[in-house]
Structures are given as C-alpha cells and as structure tokens.
Design a protein around this ligand. Structure first.
Ligand code: AMP
Length: 472
C-alpha cells in the first residue's frame, strides 16, 4: 500500500519521559527531560496529574532550562507526569505543536507525547477533517487523539490501542490520563522506548540515560508493536497489530542521535560508536600524525579509530557548550563565524600535522566543509576525513530531520565528488554492513533507509520525487 507524506509534515525527532506512581513525579520528569535534551531543543512540556481527576500542563518554546521555572515545577506537584522535548525544522516550529498535547476524550483529560513520524497522518487527517474533526495543531500526535476520540469504546486505553491499529510509520508514544499511563512502540520499532522501575513506581523514557538521571532501574525496552498499560490494576502488555512487522530500529540512533551513555537493545551507544571507529580505521587506514573527532557526537568513534590505527587521539576541536544549535544563522559569512564560535580548532595540536578528522555523518555537508577550512586555516598539513557511517543519500520519513533529498550532499554525488566539495585530502565512509556489525547484527535488522533508500513502511514515490525536484 502506498501512503502519502506532504512536504509540510513536521519531521520530528523528539524525546519522551513519563513517571507513574512516583513521589514528585513532575520533578523526575523535569530531570528526565534534561537528560533527553539532545533529542529536541525547540520546545519542552510537562503534563502532570495534579489532582485525582485533573491534568495540568506547562509547555513553551525553548530549552528545558528556559521553559520551566522552579515555581512552575512546584505548581505541577503530582505523582504521575508526562514530558516531551521537541525538535523540528525551523519553519514548522510553533507553540501549538509543542507537546504534550492535552485533550478531553471520553470525559477524561488525556495527555499525549510522541516521538516519530506517521507516514499516513496526512491521509488520516484529511479523512478526519472531511468527517468534521477540527484540528488545533499540525502535529501527527493530534491525528492519534482524533482517531481515538472517534472509537466507540468507552475507555481511553482501548480507544488509543484501536487508533494505533490505523496509523503507519514511526512512533514512540506515551499517554497519561488520571487513571493510567500507556506507552506504545510502533510495530517496526523505529524509535527507542524503555521501561524503568523507581521504588514502587514506573518510568518510561526514550533513552536509558533518562532512567539513570532519576535513579530508576532499567527493566526492559518496549518490544516493537507493544502497547503497555500501567494503572491502578497493575501492568498489562498488548499487541498493537497481530502480524509481526520487520524489526527496524533506526541505525542512526547508534550513529548520531542517542546519547553515548544510553543502551539501546542491550548495546551501549558509546561502545557501538567506538567499534564504528575501529572498523573505520581497519577499512580506511591512512598515514597520519593525529586523530581528532568532531565534538560531541563523534568523540567515541574518533577514539576507536585512534586506538585501532595506533595514532594518538588529540583534542583538535573545542566546542563551546553554551551555544545552542539554533544560534547558527543562514548566510555563508555569518554561518562560518557561527561555526567558529561553536567549534574552534586547537592550532597547537593541528599545525603542520596530518590530521584524521572523524565525524559520525555527513548530511548536508556544511559541517565538514567548514571544519576542513578551519583546520586548514589553523595550519593542518593534510586533512583526512573519515565518516563512521555510509553516505546519507535518502531523506528520513520516520522522524530524523533530514527531510529533502536535494539538500543531502551525497544524494547525487560520488565519494570523490563529495571529497572535492568539502575540500579534504581524502574522504572515506564506513560501509552499511560494517555499521550493522558494530551495532550487533545485519543491515537487514535495522532501518537503513537513509543510506539505501529501502523504506520499510512505504512512502509515496511522488513525495520522494517532489522532495528531489524542489531543492535541486
Ligand atoms: P551536515 O553539516 O548537514 O553535513 O550535518 C552533519 C553534522 O551534523 C555531523 O557533524 C553530525 O554529527 C550532525 N548531524 C547529523 N544528523 C543530524 C541531525 N538530524 N540534526 C542535527 N545534526 C545532525
């Protein structure tokens, strides 16, 4: 079956966190969101059960540290809470799309928070609007809410479960009502979601680093296609659909997206990245004096490369931690200065030396191009760029913001052409099978659509074509 994704659909890569039956759940959720900040910096929100039958919501644009004051957190005093951090492309950023989304359904307050992208949301939205639904936001999460509201079942749990049977694509969804906490992972398991225990209560989070942040004990990852209910009656696990889908965890979570101190599917992200670096050194060795990584996400891979190659690892670039990613403005001159303010080469480390620069990915090619230039200006004699993933050729329709094919430097270029554009002395990428090997498995065990274009949940060909044309 073909599904349609319009160009204005928000591509969201977000973080979700929830606590149930925990003392000061809103404080735990606040901590959990801090730990998940890397998954989204545009907006943050917390919905909390402030009374037995009432949810209160605080959400705004900005970082977790900007959105919540100490007084906000005090006001949200609760034993159950749900939080969200959101990342989306600039044009689609608006408060109305900030989550959690809180709606009234079946005479109950319901808060929903979602990470991922539903590929059939536009079709479902259109059908719902034709049937009279009025949408407040352009976020996919609201489609789930409307579908659930129309279900004939009386209880929210069953309504959400039935609604999920109709959506396709990627979601890690967490729903809070005064009566229960529900967590769901799409049948392919594109995005991660895990369960933790805290005292007598429960915690659900996008990544295990958020469990660590609140002192919760990891219990397990949710299985692809699992719908978990936690309420006063205890815990129950159900299947969203009967047929098993092909397990398709996003391999980019290991490469770039997740935090190094998180474990996904039993593998530690830092250790996977270090192995990516080792394999990169084995497959693409080069004579050099020093190895350096692009902070922060490529440090693990760079250290693995250095260890395997027997070349010293050095801090060749320093990141200013106090500049958000939104600081970088369009326009070449300002962008160049912006990057320099954010990432500055250590002249004494790189001058007159042959440098291996390890990065985890090349998407638009902007970072590599600018960093190669900065390293040359700092006196590097040779710059050998090593990327711990394959060329990123196809847009992600399942939740990572790389939405249009024409903006991807590798979409129509050979490795040699990319090398020439970024200006490195040599360039090499890690093969997709090697990436899967480092993550523990075969490429077919993961979603690798961004590298190979083999979308596991079909995306309309017209949309792919359009995304190519608009930006060429
Ligand atoms: P680019 O400059 O577009 O080639 O992006 C590649 C750089 O951004 C690499 O240094 C990555 O660590 C980082 N990166 C990769 N994917 C993303 C993403 N979806 N959002 C933000 N940064 C990314």
């Amino acid at each position: 079956m073909k599904t349609i994704l319009p160009n204005d659909s928000p591509k969201e890569a977000c973080g979700v966190f929830a606590a149930w039956d925990c003392e000061r759940a809103q404080v735990l959720t606040h901590f959990g969101l801090y730990a998940l900040q890397h998954r989204g910096q545009e907006s943050a929100g917390i919905a909390a059960r402030v009374a037995p039958d009432r949810l209160a919501l605080r959400r705004d644009m900005g970082l977790v540290s900007e959105v919540f004051s100490a007084a906000d957190i005090e006001e949200l005093e609760a034993d159950a809470a749900l939080g969200h951090v959101r990342y989306s492309t600039a044009g689609e950023s608006s408060l109305e799309n900030a989550q959690p989304l809180v709606v009234r359904m079946k005479s109950t307050s319901v808060a929903l928070a979602h990470n991922g992208n539903l590929v059939n949301a536009p079709v479902l939205r259109q059908q719902l609007e034709e049937a009279g639904s009025i949408f407040q936001t352009s976020a996919d999460t609201e489609v789930i809410a409307h579908l659930a509201a129309r279900e004939s079942e009386k209880d929210v749990r069953q309504s959400i479960l039935s609604a999920l049977g109709q959506v396709e694509g990627a979601y890690a969804l967490v729903v809070l009502t005064p009566d229960g906490l529900y967590a769901a992972r799409d049948p392919n398991g594109f995005r991660p979601l895990c369960l933790g225990r805290l005292g007598g209560g429960w915690v659900v989070a996008s990544e295990t680093c958020a469990l660590d942040a609140v002192g919760a004990v990891f219990v397990r990852d949710l299985a692809p296609g699992e719908f978990l209910s936690i309420d006063h009656g205890g815990m129950n696990s159900a299947k969203i659909v009967d047929e098993a889908a092909r397990a398709s965890l996003c391999i980019f979570e290991y490469i770039y997206f997740a935090r190094p101190d998180s474990d996904i599917a039993g593998r530690n992200v830092h250790q996977v990245r270090k192995e990516l670096g080792r394999l990169l050194a084995r497959d693409h060795h080069v004579e050099a004096d020093v190895v350096t990584g692009v902070p922060d996400s490529s440090i693990s891979a760079a250290s693995g490369y250095a260890e395997e190659a027997g070349i010293p690892y050095e801090m060749g670039l320093v990141r200013n931690r106090y500049i958000g990613r939104t600081f970088i403005q369009p326009g070449d001159d300002l962008r160049q200065r912006g990057v320099k303010l954010k990432l500055n080469p250590l002249q004494k480390v790189v001058r007159d030396r042959r440098v291996v620069l390890v990065d985890d990915s090349v998407v638009r090619g902007t970072t590599s191009r600018i960093l190669v230039r900065l390293l040359r200006e700092a006196g590097a004699r040779e710059i050998h760029l090593r990327i711990s993933s394959p060329p990123y050729r196809y847009p992600c329709f399942y939740g990572i913001d790389t939405s249009t094919r024409g903006t991807l430097i590798a979409s129509e270029r050979s490795v040699e052409e990319i090398r020439s554009v970024v200006g490195a002395d040599s360039l090499a990428f890690l093969d997709v099978d090697r990436v899967a090997e480092a993550a523990g498995g075969k490429a077919s065990d993961y979603c690798v659509a961004c590298f190979l274009g083999d979308y596991r949940v079909p995306v309309d060909a017209a949309e792919e074509h359009e995304s190519l044309e608009v930006f060429q």
